[in-house]
Design a protein around this ligand. Structure first.
Ligand code: SF4
Ligand code: SF4
Length: 421
Protein backbone atom coordinates (compact mmCIF):
# COMPACT_ATOMS: atom_id res chain seq x y z
CA UNK A 1 0.00 0.00 0.00
CA UNK A 2 1.38 3.43 -0.94
CA UNK A 3 0.99 6.69 0.93
CA UNK A 4 -1.57 9.15 -0.42
CA UNK A 5 0.45 12.35 -0.81
CA UNK A 6 -2.67 14.48 -1.05
CA UNK A 7 -3.18 13.92 2.69
CA UNK A 8 0.00 15.82 3.64
CA UNK A 9 -1.25 18.71 5.82
CA UNK A 10 1.66 21.03 5.02
CA UNK A 11 1.85 20.53 1.26
CA UNK A 12 -1.87 20.50 0.53
CA UNK A 13 -3.95 23.42 1.81
CA UNK A 14 -7.12 21.35 1.57
CA UNK A 15 -5.64 18.65 3.81
CA UNK A 16 -4.54 21.15 6.44
CA UNK A 17 -7.67 21.13 8.61
CA UNK A 18 -8.42 17.43 8.06
CA UNK A 19 -5.11 15.64 8.48
CA UNK A 20 -2.33 16.06 11.00
CA UNK A 21 1.33 15.23 11.40
CA UNK A 22 3.45 13.80 14.17
CA UNK A 23 7.08 14.79 14.56
CA UNK A 24 9.40 12.19 16.00
CA UNK A 25 12.16 13.72 18.11
CA UNK A 26 14.78 11.07 17.29
CA UNK A 27 17.57 13.39 16.09
CA UNK A 28 19.26 15.33 18.92
CA UNK A 29 22.64 16.16 17.34
CA UNK A 30 23.46 18.66 14.63
CA UNK A 31 26.34 18.77 12.16
CA UNK A 32 26.38 22.53 11.61
CA UNK A 33 25.91 25.63 13.74
CA UNK A 34 23.51 28.21 12.37
CA UNK A 35 24.09 31.57 14.02
CA UNK A 36 20.37 31.90 14.78
CA UNK A 37 20.09 28.57 16.58
CA UNK A 38 20.50 27.85 20.24
CA UNK A 39 20.10 24.13 20.44
CA UNK A 40 18.47 24.37 23.81
CA UNK A 41 15.55 25.16 21.53
CA UNK A 42 13.91 23.33 18.65
CA UNK A 43 15.32 23.45 15.13
CA UNK A 44 14.33 26.68 13.42
CA UNK A 45 14.11 24.73 10.14
CA UNK A 46 10.52 23.97 11.07
CA UNK A 47 10.14 25.04 14.66
CA UNK A 48 9.27 27.65 17.13
CA UNK A 49 11.52 27.95 20.15
CA UNK A 50 10.77 25.56 22.98
CA UNK A 51 12.71 22.64 24.28
CA UNK A 52 11.57 19.35 22.87
CA UNK A 53 10.18 17.44 25.80
CA UNK A 54 12.23 14.33 25.13
CA UNK A 55 14.30 12.36 22.63
CA UNK A 56 13.08 8.94 21.51
CA UNK A 57 15.00 5.88 20.36
CA UNK A 58 13.80 4.37 17.04
CA UNK A 59 12.01 1.58 18.90
CA UNK A 60 10.27 4.13 21.11
CA UNK A 61 9.39 6.14 18.01
CA UNK A 62 7.58 3.09 16.59
CA UNK A 63 5.75 2.54 19.87
CA UNK A 64 4.76 6.21 19.92
CA UNK A 65 3.40 6.07 16.35
CA UNK A 66 1.43 2.91 17.25
CA UNK A 67 -0.21 4.77 20.14
CA UNK A 68 -0.88 7.83 18.00
CA UNK A 69 -2.46 5.76 15.21
CA UNK A 70 -4.68 3.96 17.76
CA UNK A 71 -5.97 7.26 19.12
CA UNK A 72 -5.92 9.57 16.11
CA UNK A 73 -6.47 8.12 12.70
CA UNK A 74 -6.38 11.61 11.17
CA UNK A 75 -2.57 11.65 11.56
CA UNK A 76 -1.45 11.06 7.97
CA UNK A 77 2.16 12.18 8.13
CA UNK A 78 5.26 11.32 10.12
CA UNK A 79 7.96 13.98 10.14
CA UNK A 80 11.49 14.03 11.47
CA UNK A 81 12.59 17.61 12.03
CA UNK A 82 15.04 17.67 14.89
CA UNK A 83 15.60 18.84 17.50
CA UNK A 84 19.00 18.64 15.70
CA UNK A 85 19.30 17.34 12.14
CA UNK A 86 18.00 13.96 10.86
CA UNK A 87 21.27 13.19 9.07
CA UNK A 88 23.54 14.17 11.93
CA UNK A 89 21.68 11.22 13.47
CA UNK A 90 21.43 9.12 10.33
CA UNK A 91 21.43 5.77 12.11
CA UNK A 92 18.49 6.70 14.34
CA UNK A 93 16.62 8.39 11.49
CA UNK A 94 16.98 5.43 9.11
CA UNK A 95 16.10 2.88 11.78
CA UNK A 96 12.97 4.85 12.71
CA UNK A 97 11.90 5.04 9.06
CA UNK A 98 12.50 1.30 8.57
CA UNK A 99 10.52 0.26 11.64
CA UNK A 100 7.59 2.58 11.01
CA UNK A 101 7.37 2.07 7.25
CA UNK A 102 7.27 -1.70 7.73
CA UNK A 103 4.38 -1.38 10.16
CA UNK A 104 2.53 1.50 8.41
CA UNK A 105 3.35 1.52 4.69
CA UNK A 106 0.50 3.95 4.01
CA UNK A 107 1.87 6.77 6.21
CA UNK A 108 3.45 9.77 4.50
CA UNK A 109 7.04 10.41 5.60
CA UNK A 110 8.51 13.89 5.59
CA UNK A 111 12.02 15.00 6.56
CA UNK A 112 13.42 18.45 7.29
CA UNK A 113 17.19 18.81 7.12
CA UNK A 114 20.06 21.17 6.39
CA UNK A 115 21.11 18.63 3.71
CA UNK A 116 24.53 17.74 5.12
CA UNK A 117 24.94 13.97 5.26
CA UNK A 118 21.70 13.31 3.39
CA UNK A 119 23.13 12.45 -0.04
CA UNK A 120 24.15 8.78 0.56
CA UNK A 121 20.68 7.99 1.94
CA UNK A 122 18.50 9.49 -0.78
CA UNK A 123 17.65 6.30 -2.65
CA UNK A 124 17.05 4.42 0.57
CA UNK A 125 14.72 7.04 2.06
CA UNK A 126 12.68 6.97 -1.15
CA UNK A 127 12.39 3.17 -0.81
CA UNK A 128 11.31 3.61 2.80
CA UNK A 129 8.36 5.76 1.84
CA UNK A 130 9.73 9.29 2.27
CA UNK A 131 7.90 11.47 -0.22
CA UNK A 132 8.67 15.00 0.98
CA UNK A 133 12.02 16.54 1.97
CA UNK A 134 12.67 20.09 3.14
CA UNK A 135 16.20 21.49 2.89
CA UNK A 136 17.04 24.77 4.59
CA UNK A 137 19.23 26.78 2.20
CA UNK A 138 19.90 30.29 3.42
CA UNK A 139 22.39 31.30 0.72
CA UNK A 140 23.76 30.13 -2.60
CA UNK A 141 26.72 32.48 -2.27
CA UNK A 142 29.32 31.08 0.17
CA UNK A 143 30.35 34.64 1.14
CA UNK A 144 26.81 35.19 2.45
CA UNK A 145 26.60 31.65 3.84
CA UNK A 146 29.77 32.36 5.82
CA UNK A 147 27.81 35.02 7.71
CA UNK A 148 25.07 32.52 8.61
CA UNK A 149 27.03 29.50 9.86
CA UNK A 150 29.61 29.42 12.66
CA UNK A 151 30.90 26.00 11.67
CA UNK A 152 30.14 22.96 9.57
CA UNK A 153 31.30 19.48 10.48
CA UNK A 154 32.12 17.77 7.20
CA UNK A 155 34.13 14.59 6.53
CA UNK A 156 35.34 14.56 10.14
CA UNK A 157 36.66 18.15 9.90
CA UNK A 158 35.30 21.30 11.53
CA UNK A 159 35.14 23.93 8.80
CA UNK A 160 34.59 27.65 9.28
CA UNK A 161 33.92 30.75 7.20
CA UNK A 162 33.63 30.54 3.42
CA UNK A 163 35.11 27.02 3.34
CA UNK A 164 32.31 25.79 5.65
CA UNK A 165 29.54 27.54 3.70
CA UNK A 166 30.94 26.23 0.39
CA UNK A 167 31.06 22.62 1.61
CA UNK A 168 27.50 22.85 2.95
CA UNK A 169 26.18 24.45 -0.22
CA UNK A 170 27.81 21.84 -2.48
CA UNK A 171 26.16 19.06 -0.48
CA UNK A 172 22.80 20.85 -0.53
CA UNK A 173 22.91 21.32 -4.32
CA UNK A 174 23.86 17.66 -4.86
CA UNK A 175 20.95 16.62 -2.66
CA UNK A 176 18.33 18.79 -4.39
CA UNK A 177 19.37 17.35 -7.77
CA UNK A 178 19.30 13.75 -6.56
CA UNK A 179 16.05 14.13 -4.61
CA UNK A 180 14.34 15.30 -7.78
CA UNK A 181 15.91 12.45 -9.78
CA UNK A 182 14.30 9.92 -7.45
CA UNK A 183 10.97 11.73 -7.67
CA UNK A 184 10.57 13.29 -4.23
CA UNK A 185 8.81 16.57 -3.48
CA UNK A 186 11.41 19.15 -2.43
CA UNK A 187 10.69 22.22 -0.35
CA UNK A 188 13.34 24.85 0.26
CA UNK A 189 13.32 26.79 3.51
CA UNK A 190 15.20 30.06 3.75
CA UNK A 191 15.42 32.02 6.96
CA UNK A 192 15.01 35.75 6.34
CA UNK A 193 17.89 37.30 8.30
CA UNK A 194 17.79 41.11 8.19
CA UNK A 195 21.03 42.66 6.97
CA UNK A 196 22.40 39.23 5.99
CA UNK A 197 20.37 37.55 3.25
CA UNK A 198 17.03 39.28 2.72
CA UNK A 199 18.07 40.64 -0.70
CA UNK A 200 19.73 37.36 -1.64
CA UNK A 201 16.78 35.01 -1.01
CA UNK A 202 15.16 35.61 -4.44
CA UNK A 203 18.44 34.37 -5.98
CA UNK A 204 18.16 31.24 -3.84
CA UNK A 205 14.61 30.80 -5.16
CA UNK A 206 15.75 31.27 -8.77
CA UNK A 207 18.53 28.71 -8.48
CA UNK A 208 16.27 26.21 -6.72
CA UNK A 209 13.59 26.63 -9.35
CA UNK A 210 16.18 25.91 -12.06
CA UNK A 211 17.10 22.75 -10.17
CA UNK A 212 13.51 21.54 -10.02
CA UNK A 213 12.58 22.29 -6.39
CA UNK A 214 8.82 22.35 -5.93
CA UNK A 215 8.02 24.96 -3.33
CA UNK A 216 9.63 27.40 -0.92
CA UNK A 217 9.01 28.72 2.55
CA UNK A 218 10.66 32.02 3.51
CA UNK A 219 10.64 31.94 7.30
CA UNK A 220 11.28 35.12 9.26
CA UNK A 221 14.18 34.96 11.70
CA UNK A 222 13.06 34.52 15.27
CA UNK A 223 15.78 36.21 17.31
CA UNK A 224 16.91 33.79 20.02
CA UNK A 225 19.00 34.68 23.01
CA UNK A 226 22.52 33.31 23.46
CA UNK A 227 23.11 33.17 19.71
CA UNK A 228 25.40 35.16 17.40
CA UNK A 229 22.30 36.82 15.94
CA UNK A 230 20.81 37.77 19.30
CA UNK A 231 21.53 41.45 18.56
CA UNK A 232 19.49 41.46 15.31
CA UNK A 233 15.85 42.42 15.00
CA UNK A 234 13.17 40.16 13.66
CA UNK A 235 12.27 41.08 10.06
CA UNK A 236 9.37 43.51 9.70
CA UNK A 237 6.11 42.46 8.05
CA UNK A 238 7.06 44.68 5.12
CA UNK A 239 10.44 42.95 4.68
CA UNK A 240 8.81 39.50 4.89
CA UNK A 241 6.29 40.31 2.22
CA UNK A 242 8.88 41.91 -0.12
CA UNK A 243 11.13 38.83 0.19
CA UNK A 244 8.25 36.40 -0.32
CA UNK A 245 6.84 38.30 -3.31
CA UNK A 246 10.25 38.46 -5.01
CA UNK A 247 10.99 34.79 -4.34
CA UNK A 248 7.53 33.82 -5.56
CA UNK A 249 8.47 35.02 -9.02
CA UNK A 250 10.60 31.87 -9.18
CA UNK A 251 8.96 29.29 -6.91
CA UNK A 252 5.49 28.79 -5.39
CA UNK A 253 5.44 29.98 -1.76
CA UNK A 254 4.19 27.90 1.15
CA UNK A 255 2.47 30.47 3.32
CA UNK A 256 0.17 28.49 5.57
CA UNK A 257 2.96 26.47 7.21
CA UNK A 258 3.39 27.09 10.92
CA UNK A 259 6.54 26.88 12.97
CA UNK A 260 6.34 23.51 14.69
CA UNK A 261 8.22 21.95 17.56
CA UNK A 262 10.43 18.94 16.86
CA UNK A 263 7.87 16.93 18.85
CA UNK A 264 4.71 18.56 17.44
CA UNK A 265 1.64 16.35 17.02
CA UNK A 266 -1.89 17.07 15.79
CA UNK A 267 -3.32 19.44 13.20
CA UNK A 268 -1.06 22.26 12.01
CA UNK A 269 -1.13 25.12 14.50
CA UNK A 270 -3.25 23.12 16.91
CA UNK A 271 -1.22 20.55 18.79
CA UNK A 272 -3.17 17.76 20.46
CA UNK A 273 -2.40 17.73 24.20
CA UNK A 274 -3.67 14.19 24.71
CA UNK A 275 -1.34 12.89 22.02
CA UNK A 276 1.56 14.89 23.47
CA UNK A 277 1.04 12.99 26.75
CA UNK A 278 1.64 9.74 24.85
CA UNK A 279 5.09 11.02 23.93
CA UNK A 280 5.95 11.52 27.58
CA UNK A 281 4.62 8.08 28.51
CA UNK A 282 6.57 6.34 25.75
CA UNK A 283 9.76 8.21 26.57
CA UNK A 284 9.51 7.12 30.18
CA UNK A 285 9.17 3.46 29.30
CA UNK A 286 11.71 1.19 27.77
CA UNK A 287 11.87 -2.48 27.09
CA UNK A 288 15.37 -3.18 28.31
CA UNK A 289 15.07 -6.95 28.66
CA UNK A 290 14.51 -9.02 25.54
CA UNK A 291 12.77 -12.38 25.92
CA UNK A 292 15.77 -14.43 24.76
CA UNK A 293 18.24 -12.39 26.86
CA UNK A 294 16.82 -12.31 30.39
CA UNK A 295 19.99 -11.23 32.27
CA UNK A 296 21.98 -8.11 33.10
CA UNK A 297 25.79 -8.06 33.24
CA UNK A 298 27.53 -5.61 35.59
CA UNK A 299 31.12 -4.38 35.82
CA UNK A 300 31.61 -4.32 39.58
CA UNK A 301 34.37 -4.91 42.14
CA UNK A 302 32.24 -6.17 45.01
CA UNK A 303 28.77 -6.89 43.58
CA UNK A 304 27.07 -3.92 45.23
CA UNK A 305 27.92 -0.92 43.06
CA UNK A 306 28.42 -0.32 39.36
CA UNK A 307 32.00 0.83 39.68
CA UNK A 308 34.22 -0.63 36.95
CA UNK A 309 35.13 0.69 33.53
CA UNK A 310 34.38 -1.72 30.70
CA UNK A 311 38.02 -1.79 29.56
CA UNK A 312 39.28 -2.48 33.10
CA UNK A 313 36.82 -5.15 34.19
CA UNK A 314 38.37 -8.60 34.57
CA UNK A 315 34.96 -10.18 35.12
CA UNK A 316 31.25 -9.42 35.09
CA UNK A 317 28.54 -10.32 37.60
CA UNK A 318 25.41 -11.69 35.97
CA UNK A 319 22.05 -10.81 37.50
CA UNK A 320 18.56 -12.13 36.86
CA UNK A 321 15.11 -11.47 38.26
CA UNK A 322 12.49 -13.81 39.68
CA UNK A 323 9.23 -12.74 41.33
CA UNK A 324 10.50 -9.19 41.75
CA UNK A 325 13.74 -10.29 43.45
CA UNK A 326 17.20 -9.95 41.93
CA UNK A 327 19.66 -12.84 42.06
CA UNK A 328 23.36 -13.03 41.32
CA UNK A 329 23.68 -15.97 38.99
CA UNK A 330 27.42 -16.17 38.48
CA UNK A 331 30.62 -14.36 37.71
CA UNK A 332 31.94 -14.56 34.13
CA UNK A 333 35.56 -13.81 33.22
CA UNK A 334 36.22 -11.09 30.64
CA UNK A 335 38.30 -11.99 27.57
CA UNK A 336 42.00 -11.01 27.77
CA UNK A 337 42.80 -7.33 27.20
CA UNK A 338 44.40 -5.92 24.06
CA UNK A 339 42.82 -7.96 21.28
CA UNK A 340 41.01 -5.08 19.56
CA UNK A 341 37.55 -5.88 18.22
CA UNK A 342 38.16 -9.62 18.86
CA UNK A 343 37.90 -8.85 22.54
CA UNK A 344 34.48 -7.23 22.15
CA UNK A 345 33.30 -10.02 19.88
CA UNK A 346 34.31 -12.60 22.49
CA UNK A 347 32.65 -10.55 25.24
CA UNK A 348 29.40 -10.34 23.29
CA UNK A 349 29.48 -14.15 23.00
CA UNK A 350 30.19 -14.51 26.74
CA UNK A 351 27.17 -12.25 27.43
CA UNK A 352 24.94 -13.80 24.79
CA UNK A 353 22.06 -14.21 27.27
CA UNK A 354 22.28 -10.59 28.56
CA UNK A 355 20.29 -7.61 27.29
CA UNK A 356 22.13 -4.90 29.25
CA UNK A 357 25.72 -4.36 30.35
CA UNK A 358 26.15 -1.81 33.17
CA UNK A 359 29.55 -0.10 33.44
CA UNK A 360 30.95 2.97 35.19
CA UNK A 361 32.81 4.02 32.05
CA UNK A 362 33.26 2.98 28.43
CA UNK A 363 35.41 4.22 25.55
CA UNK A 364 33.85 5.46 22.30
CA UNK A 365 35.10 2.51 20.27
CA UNK A 366 33.55 -0.34 22.31
CA UNK A 367 30.42 1.79 22.70
CA UNK A 368 30.13 1.94 18.90
CA UNK A 369 30.92 -1.79 18.64
CA UNK A 370 28.19 -2.81 21.06
CA UNK A 371 25.61 -0.61 19.29
CA UNK A 372 25.71 -3.21 16.52
CA UNK A 373 24.96 -6.01 18.95
CA UNK A 374 21.79 -6.77 20.95
CA UNK A 375 23.63 -5.82 24.17
CA UNK A 376 22.92 -2.29 25.39
CA UNK A 377 25.91 -0.79 27.19
CA UNK A 378 24.82 1.72 29.83
CA UNK A 379 27.24 3.97 31.68
CA UNK A 380 25.93 4.55 35.16
CA UNK A 381 26.93 4.66 38.83
CA UNK A 382 25.51 3.81 42.23
CA UNK A 383 23.75 0.76 43.62
CA UNK A 384 23.33 -2.14 41.22
CA UNK A 385 19.95 -2.88 42.76
CA UNK A 386 18.60 0.56 41.80
CA UNK A 387 19.58 0.03 38.16
CA UNK A 388 18.11 -3.47 38.17
CA UNK A 389 14.81 -2.15 39.54
CA UNK A 390 14.63 0.35 36.67
CA UNK A 391 15.63 -2.17 34.05
CA UNK A 392 13.21 -4.90 35.08
CA UNK A 393 10.33 -2.42 35.46
CA UNK A 394 10.99 -0.78 32.08
CA UNK A 395 11.94 2.65 33.47
CA UNK A 396 14.86 5.01 32.74
CA UNK A 397 18.03 4.18 34.66
CA UNK A 398 19.04 6.86 37.14
CA UNK A 399 22.58 8.25 37.32
CA UNK A 400 23.19 7.74 33.63
CA UNK A 401 25.98 10.08 32.58
CA UNK A 402 24.56 13.15 30.83
CA UNK A 403 27.52 13.14 28.49
CA UNK A 404 26.70 9.70 27.22
CA UNK A 405 23.25 9.81 25.74
CA UNK A 406 24.16 7.27 23.14
CA UNK A 407 24.48 4.69 25.84
CA UNK A 408 21.08 5.24 27.31
CA UNK A 409 19.26 6.61 24.27
CA UNK A 410 16.93 8.32 26.72
CA UNK A 411 16.52 11.48 28.67
CA UNK A 412 18.27 14.02 26.42
CA UNK A 413 16.33 17.15 25.74
CA UNK A 414 18.34 18.09 22.67
CA UNK A 415 20.27 20.58 24.75
CA UNK A 416 23.81 20.94 23.50
CA UNK A 417 24.92 21.31 27.08
CA UNK A 418 23.84 17.71 27.57
CA UNK A 419 26.38 16.46 25.06
CA UNK A 420 24.23 16.20 21.93
CA UNK A 421 26.68 18.11 19.79
FE1 SF4 B 1 19.95 24.44 14.66
FE2 SF4 B 1 21.20 22.53 13.26
FE3 SF4 B 1 18.67 23.18 12.72
FE4 SF4 B 1 20.71 24.90 12.15
S1 SF4 B 1 20.35 22.90 11.21
S2 SF4 B 1 18.71 25.42 13.06
S3 SF4 B 1 22.07 24.51 13.91
S4 SF4 B 1 19.45 22.24 14.64
FE1 SF4 C 1 7.17 18.00 7.07
FE2 SF4 C 1 7.80 20.39 8.07
FE3 SF4 C 1 5.25 19.65 7.79
FE4 SF4 C 1 6.77 18.53 9.64
S1 SF4 C 1 6.13 20.69 9.58
S2 SF4 C 1 5.38 17.45 8.32
S3 SF4 C 1 8.74 18.41 8.61
S4 SF4 C 1 6.74 20.00 6.14
Amino acid sequence: MKADKSKHPCFNVEAKGKYGRVHLPVAPKCNIQCKYCNRKYDCINESRPGVTSTVLSPEQALEYVEKIKDKADYISTVGIAGPGDPFANAEETMKSLELIHERYPDLIFCLSTNGLGLYPYIEKIAELGVTHVTITINAIDPEIGAKVYSWVRFKKRNLRGVEAAKALLEEQLKCVKKLKEVGLTVKINSIIIPGVNEEHIPEVAKKMSEMGADIMNCIPLLVTEDTDFAHLENPSEEMISIVRDSAEEHLPMMKHCQRCRADAVGLLGCDDKELTCELTKVSMSKEWIKEDRPYVAVATYEGLLVNQHLGEAGSFQIFGEKDGKFNTLEKRLAPPKGEGDDRWEKLSEILSDCSVLLVSGVGPHPLEYFKKTPIEVVKTAGLIEDSLKSIYSGKPIKNVSSGDISACKMGCGGNAAGGCC
